[in-house]
Design a protein around this ligand. Structure first.
Ligand code: CTP
Length: 452
C-alpha cells in the first residue's frame, strides 16, 4: 500500500486504558489463531476526524466465529453467532469485572469502561440478487469486505494483530475523500443495492459538513425512485438517526432539496422555516410541570414531539398520508388528528368558559398539546392551554360513581353526565367547596326524582 500510515499513537490517545487493553486482548487472541483482525468503518473514520466514537466493528479475515469462541473459552461471557453471515456477538456485560483482570497492562481498569458486547464479523462480500433484496454472503478478503460498504470514508481499516498493530489500510481512497470532505460511493450500483444509503449520504454530508461528490449526486438522482419500495421500518430508522443528530434540520432540508422526501411520499416535504420548532423539540428540556410521558407508541417523547411538529405542518390529509406511509403508530395518527381539530375549534371559542376548553382538550395526549405550544399559538390561546395544563385538567369533584350509587341512583349513562356536569361546575367556579358540591348534588337528585 502506498503511503502506509500507522495510527497506533492516535488510537492510544483516543481510547480509555480499559478499552485499549481490551482491543489488545482481542488482537492477541487473533494473532494466536494467525488471523488478521481489523477495526473498520465509522470508528476509524471518526478517529481520523478526531471525533471520538465508542463502538468498534471488528472484522476478522477468516472465521470470526472461531475467534469469538476462543475468546469465550478463555475469558467467559457468551456468544450469539450467525453461521450464515459468519458473525458473532460476544456478550460480556456480566463478566466485565472478571475480564479486566486478564487485560494486559498495569491493571488499573474500570470495568464499566468496557463495552457490554463486541461484534465480530468475518470479512465477506455480498451480492444482491435484485435491488432491495437481502444480500447473498460469501467469505472474502478485507479488501473486498471494505468494497461492499456504502462510502469511501467508511472503508478505512485499522489492523490490530501482531506487528501490524495500528496499521491503516486504505484500499478505496477513503483518506483522500476524508481530506477533501467528500461523500462518495464505491461503485455505480451502491444505491441500487441499498437505497437507504441515499439518506445515509445526506446524514454524513451534513454531520461532517462535507459535500456529496458530483458523480454520487448523479447516482442519487437516478436512484431516487427506488425509495418508494423501501419499507417504512427502514426509512423510519434512517429518519430517527437524523433526528438524533445535531444538524437534524439541515439534514431534512437536504433530503428535501434532493427530492428524497417526495420519493418517500409525494406529500412529504421540509421547509427551513420549521427549523426552530424542530430544534426546540429536540434540544430544549421538556418542562417537568407538564407531566409528559417518557414515550408514546414505543417512541421517546422528544422524537414523538419532533415528528408530530413536522407532520402537523401539512394539511391534515397529507400529514396522515405521510404518517401512514411511514407506518407511525396509532398515537401519532391520533395526535395529528387531535392537533388539527384543536387548531380549528379553540380559536373559534370566543372567551370560553374553562369547562369548554377542558372539553376540547381532555383525552388529547399531553405530548400533542406540548407540540401545539411549540408550534406557536396566539397569546390568548396559549394562556388557555397553560391554564388547562397547570390547573384545569387537575380539577375533579370529590364525588365518584360509588357515591352516586350510595345515593340510590341506578348505574347507567347518567353517571357520566352528572359527573361531567359536576366537574364543569367546579371548573367554571359555580362550586368551590365540598359543602357546595353536596348542595349541588342534592339539587341534582331532586331534579331527577322530585319525590326523593
Ligand atoms: N453500511 C453500509 N450500508 C448501509 C449501512 C451500513 O455499507 N446501508 C456499512 C458502513 O460502511 C458503516 C458500517 O456498515 O461503516 C457500519 O454501519 P453503521 O454502524 O451504521 O455506520 P457508522 O459509520 O458507524 O455510523 P455512525 O457514525 O452514524 O454510527
Amino acid at each position: 500500500l502506498p503511503g502506509k500510515q500507522n495510527l497506533a499513537e492516535r488510537l492510544e490517545a483516543a481510547l480509555s486504558q480499559a478499552r485499549l487493553a481490551f482491543l489488545k486482548l482481542i488482537a492477541a487472541q487473533a494473532y494466536e489463531l494467525r488471523k488478521p483482525v481489523y477495526i473498520v468503518g465509522g470508528f476509524v473514520r471518526d478517529l481520523i476526524l478526531e471525533r471520538p466514537s465508542f463502538d468498534f466493528d471488528v472484522v476478522v479475515e477468516g472465521n470470526a466465529i472461531n475467534l469469538a469462541k476462543a475468546l469465550e473459552k478463555n475469558y467467559g461471557g457468551h456468544l450469539v453467532s450467525h453461521s450464515r453471515f459468519g458473525t458473532a456477538k460476544w456478550q460480556i456485560d456480566d463478566v466485565r469485572a472478571e475480564l479486566i483482570r486478564y487485560l494486559p497492562g498495569d491493571g488499573h481498569f474500570d470495568a464499566a469502561d468496557l463495552p457490554e458486547s463486541l461484534d465480530l464479523i468475518s470479512a465477506r462480500t455480498e451480492f444482491y440478487e435484485y435491488p432491495t433484496a437481502l444480500p447473498t454472503v460469501e467469505r472474502s478478503s478485507i479488501k473486498l469486505d471494505l468494497h461492499r460498504r456504502d462510502f469511501t470514508i467508511n472503508t478505512l481499516a485499522l489492523r490490530l494483530d501482531g506487528r501490524h498493530y495500528g496499521d491503516l489500510y486504505d484500499y478505496w481512497g477513503g483518506m483522500n475523500d476524508l481530506r477533501r470532505g467528500s461523500v462518495r460511493v464505491l461503485h455505480s450500483l451502491s444505491f441500487v443495492d441499498d437505497p437507504t444509503r441515499m439518506l445515509r449520504a445526506v446524514r454524513f454530508e451534513q454531520r461532517f459538513h462535507f459535500r456529496i461528490e458530483e458523480r454520487t449526486l448523479e447516482l442519487i438522482a437516478e436512484a431516487t425512485d427506488l425509495l418508494r419500495q423501501v419499507s417504512a421500518d427502514r426509512l423510519r430508522h434512517e429518519l430517527d438517526l437524523m433526528l438524533s443528530e445535531e444538524n437534524a434540520a439541515a439534514m431534512l432540508a437536504r433530503l428535501d432539496e434532493l427530492g428524497l422526501l417526495r420519493a418517500i411520499h409525494p406529500d412529504f416535504i421540509w421547509k427551513n422555516e420549521w427549523r426552530e420548532r424542530l430544534e426546540s423539540a429536540l434540544v430544549k428540556p421538556l418542562p417537568a410541570e407538564w407531566d409528559l410521558p417518557d414515550s408514546a407508541g414505543h417512541m421517546p417523547a422528544r422524537r414523538f414531539i419532533a415528528y408530530l411538529l413536522w407532520l402537523m405542518q401539512f394539511p391534515l390529509e397529507a400529514g396522515l398520508a405521510v404518517a401512514n406511509r411511514l407506518r407511525f403508530p396509532r398515537p401519532m395518527l391520533q395526535s395529528i388528528q387531535a392537533v388539527s381539530l384543536i387548531k380549528q375549534t379553540l380559536p373559534a371559542l370566543s372567551s370560553p368558559r374553562p369547562s369548554q376548553v377542558v372539553n376540547e382538550l381532555d383525552g388529547v395526549s399531553p405530548l400533542a398539546l406540548y407540540a401545539l405550544r411549540l408550534d406557536g399559538l396566539a397569546p390568548n390561546l396559549e394562556i388557555l392551554l397553560e391554564q388547562y395544563i397547570h390547573r384545569w385538567r387537575k380539577i375533579h369533584p370529590f364525588t365518584g360513581g360509588e357515591d352516586l350509587n350510595r345515593l340510590g341512583l341506578v348505574p347507567g349513562p347518567a353517571y357520566r353526565q352528572i359527573l361531567t356536569q359536576l366537574r364543569n361546575a367546579w371548573l367554571d367556579g359555580e362550586i368551590s367547596s365540598p359543602e357546595a358540591e353536596q348542595l349541588w348534588l342534592s339539587a341534582m337528585m331532586k331534579e331527577i326524582d322530585p319525590y326523593a
